[in-house]
Design a protein around this ligand. Sequence first.
Ligand SMILES: NC(=O)c1ccc[n+]([C@@H]2O[C@H](COP(=O)([O-])OP(=O)(O)OC[C@H]3O[C@@H](n4cnc5c(N)ncnc54)[C@H](OP(=O)(O)O)[C@@H]3O)[C@@H](O)[C@H]2O)c1
Length: 266
Amino acid sequence: MKIGFIGGGTMGEAIIKSLLAKGAAKPGDIAVSDISQPRRDILKKTYGVKATADNREAVKDAEVVVLAVKPQELSKVLGGLKGLSSQQLVLSIVAGATLGSISQGLNHSCLVRAMPNMPAQIGEGITVWTATAEVNQKQRDMAQSILVALGKEIYASGEKYIDMATALSGSGPAYVFLIIESLVDAGVHIGLPRDMAEKLVVQTVLGSARAVEAMGKHPAELKNMVTSPGGTTTDGLLQLETGGLRSLLLQTVIAAYNKAKALGAK
Ligand SMILES: NC(=O)c1ccc[n+]([C@@H]2O[C@H](COP(=O)([O-])OP(=O)(O)OC[C@H]3O[C@@H](n4cnc5c(N)ncnc54)[C@H](OP(=O)(O)O)[C@@H]3O)[C@@H](O)[C@H]2O)c1
């Protein structure tokens, strides 16, 4: 599979690194364009891929064109890439860029829009993606094999799910990082050394998430397993419920969803 990347920054590099590590692509199959000379040098030296400053050069032989520039750079990039062959699949990971706007900017309709999240940088992300009707099965398989490089992936039949995923899993790592930070501070507040508090919190979050995945029980059931009558956990939970944690998280996701829809409509 020949892949041309437009943008070889954090996400472009994360995909390239993982595709090569998993043997899903060879260095000779990958071309990447980036306006930054130091980035091009790093990508060429580290991964042996072709690196160029010319976006059209990067996509010349590509079966899949991956758009991995920042949203504010996108319209300029699309204008310069007009004239792709109808056989070339364009896969965008650009946050907020709709299929309609990409299609219009490129004058091209064979498109996949994907919303990865930040842990994709270490192959632990989750991506929700959708495709236009022009994308055939072979191209869907190629898109999937690229997105798997970033972690887990879910295909969604409609673009509306991308805005929803943006609010939940796209912004989600920031919510979780804030919770981790707050719990570590709380541990320090009651007297734990900071490094010990951090280890305790990170493994508690990781282990709890894995328990939900592995044990196949509802989170409420797992919570009840940790909460003995009249014990410490129930006093802690009372504070979370009194402070409105459930409705706060609900409002958080609704606010992010409304913003994602508004940005997409611009
Ligand atoms: N990072 C994440 O966790 C994450 C998660 C979900 C979605 N995304 C999406 O992924 C996309 C890429 O994000 P990123 O974090 O990888 O950004 P990034 O690190 O800034 O990478 C973008 C790269 O593209 C280069 N570039 C800028 N203009 C260009 C142009 N006209 N032609 C070719 N290359 C150009 C940039 O060079 P300069 O630095 O010199 O400008 C930079 O090296 C964004 O649209 C973002 O919304 C990212």
